[in-house]
Design a protein around this ligand. Sequence first.
Ligand code: GCW
Length: 856
Amino acid sequence: MTRSRIGFFKICVIVAALTGSVAASAQTADQAWLRYRGPGGRWLVPLRVHALGNGPLETSAAFELQRGIDHLSRASVLWRSSAFEGETIVGTVDEVRHAFPNLPVPSDLQPEGYWLSWFGSAGSLKGSEDKAQLIVAGADDRGVLYGAFALLRQMATGSDLYGINLRSHPAFPIRWVDEWDNPDGSIERGYAGRSIFFEGGNVREDLAPVAEYARLLASVGINGCNVNNVNAAAQLIDSGHLQQLARVASAMRPWGVRMALSVDIASPQKIGGLATFDPLDPAVKAWWAAKVEEIYALIPDFAGFTVKADSEGQPGPASYGRTPADAANLLAGALQPHGGIVLYRAFVYNHHADWRDPKADRARAAYDIFQPLDGKFAANVVLQIKEGPIDFQAREPVSPLFAGLRETSSAMELQVTQEYTGQQRHLVYLAPMWKQVLDFDLHVDGKSTPVKEILAGHAFYRPLGGMVAVSGVGRDAWLGSPLALANLYAFGRLAWNPGLAPDQIAAEWTEQTLGIDPRGFATVQKMLMQSWPAYENYTGPLGMQTLTDIVGSHYGPGIESSENNGWGQWHRADKNGVGMDRTVATGTGYAGQYPPEVAKVYESLETCPDELLLFFHHVPYTRRLHSGKTVIQHIYDSHYDGAAQAATLVDEWASLQGRIEPKLFADVAARLEYQAGHAIVWRDAIVQYFFKLSGIADEQGRAGHYPGRLEAEEARLTGYKVINFTPWEDASGGKAVTCGDPPEKVTQQSCSAEWTYSGKAGRYNIAVQYFDLQDGTAHFAFKVNGLAAADWAADAALPSKRPNGDNSTRHTVRGVELKPGDALRVEGAPDGADPAALDYIEVIPVAEKDSGKNVN
Ligand code: GCW
């Protein structure tokens, strides 16, 4: 039925009273995508919700539907008339069949699946037999809940429900999020404030945000949440903490989200008083069996354990010469009688590898360790494998281990929390990356074998499998940045249906979250889709990985930090070439871990795709890519392109002004402006680094030339001292100036840098590149001929206590009139341990139509 036809009916009617009240929590799911604001159109839905059963999940489903319908009906132009009677009916397929024996209720819905169906006319008259019935039927309790959310999603994205007949079920049984929260309330690699679960060593009193989080998770079909860091604190499973954790499980239970815990495999020794944690020791086995009994007595629907062992300093079975299978099976044996599972992480590697050894290769580790154990794991063990063989880089090939396990279930681990992808300060929509991984064809036995088919258990007939995202939500607006929530949303949607297209998911999320008109959400959808390619371009293209500080923040540029150490994220750049030789013929042999069809493609320089060339091959800078460019030229170009793309995001968002809530608009605008500035930091660091190392000129003459740039170290300085920078490439020309020396408290009142302008008279934007350190709020002022043109506070929370690429920040003073001879001056007032360090200023002509771009 078309929307215009709807107008012929006297429609929609009864706004039933809400059956409950929204949790009194400051942090709610409504602040993410469950806003139920609607597309503003007209649709048809019976407003009265009727639940057939009274189980807790069904009650949540009915409550949520009623709440959503109520909100949406207020937001939309609905036709109301008391003449329309109908109901939205919620129940399991059994309940629906029982209540409506004549309806063609499907008998073959898959677990957790649902069926949405409309019966009756669109606008039946009061008293007529032909009442409209919109059925939300679930295969089971969870299916009911997911069906209710699916219906709400249809409504919120403007779908016509009249005549709907929709069935759906999840592709994978395991759809979990992992939180890396510590008992003290901090979150490993979290960028959104403190934990919603823990504080001060204990579970928090206020768990309302946990319930709201579970609601958010349920809305996209996520059914498990592992609540503590995989670098697990053993005490969390002592009896006192388990009592507390039972409250967390209860908070999530109404939304069908089962709680899981990360465990320290040395717990029997650390908290159990045993002399050993040897997985084959009978006393250890008995300890775990009793511990698991205790857990299930408190949390009957406990989902299971996640295990990080023998990895990055965590204890593991290797201490006793035992295998990961021994450790996993020990826990699996304890959990099995209760229906629990073990997610054993394949992220096991030697972080003291010998970087001088050309055969050493961290990428090989997971396959080398776990593939030989295939078939040795208990049925309720799932290997949790990071999507790539290294560690959530801007781009990696798919882990070959997915193809190497035929008798072991596997789940793919990925990160919503943007550890190596901009830490939520950069907009990077990751669904396109995940989709590539899910669709990647591993060609097992010469047959088409997309990763998603392996995870679904179809490829090797496995009973378990799925997707797990390290989520990193915190108390700061869930993920800190509003647009970053698109990643959490997309994760859930892909874990439900890996066949969905990332741009479609982006549109869905945008429409529900921002509720803007079609032109508006097309803009946001486009921005999201541009963001990962842009980030890859200005950080680490050609499969070099994210060229960040890998021993510290994992945030700003730090190209050499990955070399000369045992962590194994090597790119092996030297004066002649770059890339890691992972071929079978001359390298580490990693390429040979793939099935032959795939191995062949990566092994050969001729066929290896450009985007992964340097992951598999060490090549001279002058090697020509398939694109026709040399490697070095591609490095230069991609960084300039990436920074320009980041600047485009600023413009695109600006075009939405007035059509988005002002607060949200301003928040995102500031973040994108920051990102555009930081993309320039990345661009310049990598370009100047490779320019110096290779000595090869940029065909476009940009490397080493920065029009309009005035270096702080060349200014007339008062108080400021010139410093040699570490790493050198993170400051323009390798030098900056600082007003005192962090991290000790700086005592200087203020310093200044002054230049005499010698360019043409005109109107300019002045970019001031400074370093915004954590502990203290330095202040800056920009003056022309002694007159203040701008001042601002350096109050951002960025990583690192020293000036470097993590905290190099750009502030643009717009529309300044200049003439030759003008004195341009930056004054920096340090505060705390922030020495108001300064890199340069850049005088950028205002284009005829000032686009607000920050690039030169
Ligand atoms: O990416 C690395 C992170 C660690 C993390 C580890 C892991 C929990 O830098 O912080 O530790 O991976 O996945 O275990």
